[in-house]
Each structure stands twice: as structure tokens, then as C-alpha cells.
Design a protein around this ligand. Structure first.
Ligand SMILES: CC(C)(COP(=O)(O)OP(=O)(O)OC[C@H]1O[C@@H](n2cnc3c(N)ncnc32)[C@H](O)[C@@H]1OP(=O)(O)O)[C@@H](O)C(=O)NCCC(=O)NCCS
Length: 217
């Protein structure tokens, strides 16, 4: 088997979480490839027994085949790293935790699905989607690029979530209909525990049950 190099971009808590799944996958297929963390601002040189290196150093490593997975929650940073990887021809390695189901969904490059995530039928998902544990995406949903689901997001059917939106832990999003999907606008934030019953405008932050714009005192 060819020895490849897998780079987890982001030596952070989330990087460490998804390292578990990548290690397990390589172990299961007795793959001798090497894993490193890529981090351009890290003060440490080692994490979890693996080398931590800046991106330029990752590019200089001797392995002929290199993969990267972006383990960064911030959507803007994720987009910038994604553009860089595409420009350098580095493919992104998808992460799948145990008991993840992707049934008849089309996922673009760079998806990271933690354990127990369920992406159901006729779903389209954009680039670098992160879905944390126990989240699901119901039928006929359309998810944009660089969207993030924290743990236990319940996204019911016919919901359209635009680019860069962030959905907090335990949020529940009401289903739309085929002719009137419920829309979460670009860059919107849905707070943890929110119950979203109506469209959320681009850039808005909503919280509560039923979800309303966050008012800061
Ligand atoms: C909604 C959210 C983005 C707001 O963050 P923030 O801008 O830092 O807001 P603050 O913590 O300053 O809170 C502002 C006010 O909103 C309230 N608030 C914050 N989040 C809330 C939520 N999810 N539901 C209800 N009220 C909330 C706070 O109690 C505070 O109220 P106060 O002004 O009466 O004291 C954030 O609280 C949130 O829910 N993030 C998602 C967290 C998550 O899921 N993490 C997963 C990690 S894997």
C-alpha cells in the first residue's frame, strides 16, 4: 500500500476530535500512511504524538500523495484554506465517524461528519460542511458552502441553509415545503437550543423558542 500523508488542518480541539476517526479508518485498512497536524500559528510542534507544522512545510513533505481535512469551525477561515488547497491541487479527505448515514445525498468536497450524523434523501450539500455528532438533515434540504452544524442539530425536510451559516447545539429547524422551503440566510447564526419556525434573514442571530433575533442589552 502506498504511504500517503494526511494533514489535519487545525491543531485544535476539533482537530483532535476528528483525528480519532481518521486514525481508526487507517488502522482498519492497515494503511501505513502518516498523519500530521497543519497549523500556521501553532506554538507547539507535537500534538497527540503527531507533528504539527505550517502549511508550507506540509507541502514540502516527501510523500507523493497528500490529503488534507480542514478542522476549523470558523467558516471564513475554512473558505480561505479551501481555496488554498484547491489552488495547490491538494484533495480534501472526507471524515466519517461511526454510524454516519449518507442516503442519496450529494456532498461536495471537504465534509466532516461526526458519529451518528444522518444525511437523508435528496439532499444537496456544499463545500466543507461540518456536522457534529447526532445531527441530521431531513429530505430535500439544500445546504450551502462552509455551513456548520454543532452537535444534535435537527434540520427537518425542505430547509435551505445558505453559505457560512452556523447552527448551534440542539437547534431544531421546522420543515419547509417543496414550494416554500424554510430559508436560513447567508452567514446567519442560530443559537444553541433555538426552535426555528420562520425564515432567518442573512447575517441575523436568532435564539429561543420560537427563535427571535438576539437582543443585546
Ligand atoms: C447565540 C450565540 C451565538 C450568542 O453568542 P454571544 O454573541 O457571545 O452572546 P452572549 O453570550 O453575549 O449573550 C447575549 C445574550 O443572549 C443570551 N443568549 C445567548 N445565547 C443564547 C441562546 N442560545 N438562547 C437564548 N439566549 C441566549 C445570553 O443569555 C445573553 O442574555 P442577556 O443579555 O440577557 O444576559 C451563542 O450564545 C450560541 O448559542 N452559540 C452556539 C454555541 C454552540 O452551539 N456551541 C457548540 C460548540 S461545538
Amino acid at each position: 500500500m502506498v504511504k500517503q500523508l494526511f494533514g489535519l488542518y487545525g491543531a485544535s480541539g476539533f482537530g483532535q476530535e476528528i483525528l480519532y476517526w481518521l486514525r481508526l479508518e487507517l488502522q482498519k485498512r492497515a494503511d501505513p500512511s502518516r498523519i500530521v497536524f497543519i497549523d500556521d500559528g501553532a506554538s507547539k510542534v507535537e500534538l497527540e504524538g503527531l507533528a504539527v507544522m505550517p502549511y508550507e512545510e506540509f507541502l514540502r513533505q516527501p510523500e507523493g500523495v497528500k490529503w488534507a481535512t480542514i478542522a476549523v469551525a470558523d467558516a471564513g477561515i475554512r473558505q480561505r484554506i479551501d481555496s488554498k488547497l484547491q489552488a495547490d491541487g491538494i484533495e480534501q479527505y472526507p471524515i466519517r465517524g461511526d454510524y454516519t448515514f449518507v442516503r442519496g445525498a450529494i456532498l461536495s468536497e471537504g465534509s466532516v461528519l461526526s458519529a451518528f450524523v444522518d444525511i437523508t434523501s435528496n439532499v444537496k450539500v456544499g463545500r466543507c460542511f461540518h456536522a457534529n455528532t447526532y445531527s441530521y438533515v431531513g429530505h430535500d434540504c439544500v445546504i450551502g458552502d462552509y455551513v456548520t452544524f454543532a452537535p444534535r442539530v435537527s434540520c427537518n425536510g425542505n430547509v435551505h441553509i445558505h453559505d457560512h451559516a452556523y447552527i448551534g447545539t440542539g437547534a431544531i429547524i421546522k420543515q419547509g415545503t417543496p414550494d416554500k422551503p424554510l430559508v436560513i440566510g447567508q452567514g446567519a447564526v442560530v443559537g444553541m437550543g433555538a426552535v426555528v419556525t420562520k425564515d432567518v434573514p442573512p447575517g441575523a442571530t436568532v435564539v429561543g423558542n420560537p427563535a427571535k433575533p438576539l437582543v443585546r442589552r
